[in-house]
Design a protein around this ligand. Structure first.
Ligand code: SF4
Ligand code: SF4
Length: 327
């Protein structure tokens, strides 16, 4: 019964490392940007936020309550008690269970896909990596890792200006957005325009801005690897899942590897992708897949993203092997 569904699922994603017309990194930039816009719009449209002033929780544009009307305790029979318990479960416990299940489910299916393709903080860290590389010739402020890209660009001034702009604008926008999950965004914008701040707005803007500056300048992907709870949950569930998305190396064609180290250099999580060993830090970003396709020709790369346990292309569906001439 599930055969055709599984086949379609496999066909759609299994070999996306081999068959794509748009680079994965370009697709990823679009998905990261789209998700940042969504995160920005959620409090603005009251889709999901708690208002600390009115003490109301908003969900999908409406104030969310337990659904208990005035005089709800008047019926003191067993049926009445059951009705209250059911309302409490449906409106208070169930939504939280669904919310808490999001990252385990995402991890079970996509591994750390969310981290690589959607997480706004991950996108900010990649931007920080890029600017640090342009300015200092390495991704980190502190030391250069052996697998980092070489950058001999000498036009530092535009990147220095971009870095300053980034350090001012992005933490401020991040502060407005995240504070908006607790205080109505229009109140925040009004206070910014009139430059007249309440303590809550000031604390939110300053606190979030300092957090974003410190993490993007000093910590970056170390936070993703060792601290982020959402990342750790996806890592754990992705690791135990037999079907999760993961990076795969074409073992059968490993002699085609030119040792160009493009894949190593592309990896901002400091993984050596062609080791063909699962690494729990891999965020399935596909940067190494792009790098290898660039070196060996589009569609001929040795790396790909795919679901499930099989490790090399010989276990991929026959039609894919035929298409890529890998029989
Ligand atoms: S190993 Fe490849 S897919 Fe995984 S994080 Fe590194 S570059 Fe991205
Ligand atoms: S990018 Fe491909 S060819 Fe280059 S080192 Fe990595 S696996 Fe080998």
């Amino acid at each position: 019964m599930f055969g055709p569904v599984y086949d379609a699922y496999h066909s759609l994603f299994h070999d996306m490392g081999y068959y794509y017309t748009m680079k994965l990194t370009a697709c990823r930039r679009i998905s990261q940007l789209s998700f940042i816009i969504v995160i920005f719009l959620i409090p603005l449209l009251d889709l999901f936020r708690y208002d600390t002033t009115t003490k109301e929780f908003f969900l999908l544009g409406h104030a969310w309550g337990l659904g208990l009307k005035e005089g709800f305790a008047a019926d003191q029979t067993a049926i009445g008690a059951l009705h209250i318990a059911a309302q409490f479960f449906m409106n208070a416990i169930l939504p939280w269970l669904v919310f808490l299940a999001v990252f385990p489910v995402l991890g079970y299916v996509g591994g750390r896909f969310f981290c690589g393709w959607l997480c706004p903080e991950g996108a900010l860290f990649e931007l920080a990596d890029f600017l640090t590389l342009k300015l200092l010739g390495r991704r980190s402020l502190f030391s250069k890792k052996p697998n980092e890209p070489v950058d001999d660009q000498h036009r530092k001034l535009p990147y220095a200006l971009l870095a300053i702009l980034t350090l001012v604008v992005i933490p401020l926008l991040g502060g407005v957005t995240l504070t908006g999950y607790l205080i109505a965004p229009k109140t925040i914008w009004h206070q910014i325009v009139t430059w007249d701040f309440t303590f809550g707005v000031k604390a939110g803007l300053i606190g979030v801005s300092i957090y974003m500056i410190i993490t993007s300048v000093l910590v970056c992907h170390v936070l993703c690897k060792f601290v982020c709870a959402a990342g750790l949950m996806q890592m754990l569930f992705g690791w135990v899942s037999p079907v999760s998305l993961r990076l795969k190396f074409d073992v059968a064609r490993k002699s085609s590897c030119t040792d160009c180290r493009g894949c190593d250099r592309a990896c901002f999580m400091n993984i050596t992708p062609r080791k063909n060993k699962r690494d729990i830090s891999c965020v399935n970003c596909g940067a190494c897949v792009d790098a290898c396709n660039e070196e060996l020709g589009n569609g001929n790369g040795l790396l790909r993203l795919g679901f499930g346990k099989d490790t090399d292309v010989q276990q991929a569906p026959a039609r894919f092997r035929n298409l890529s001439g890998l029989q």
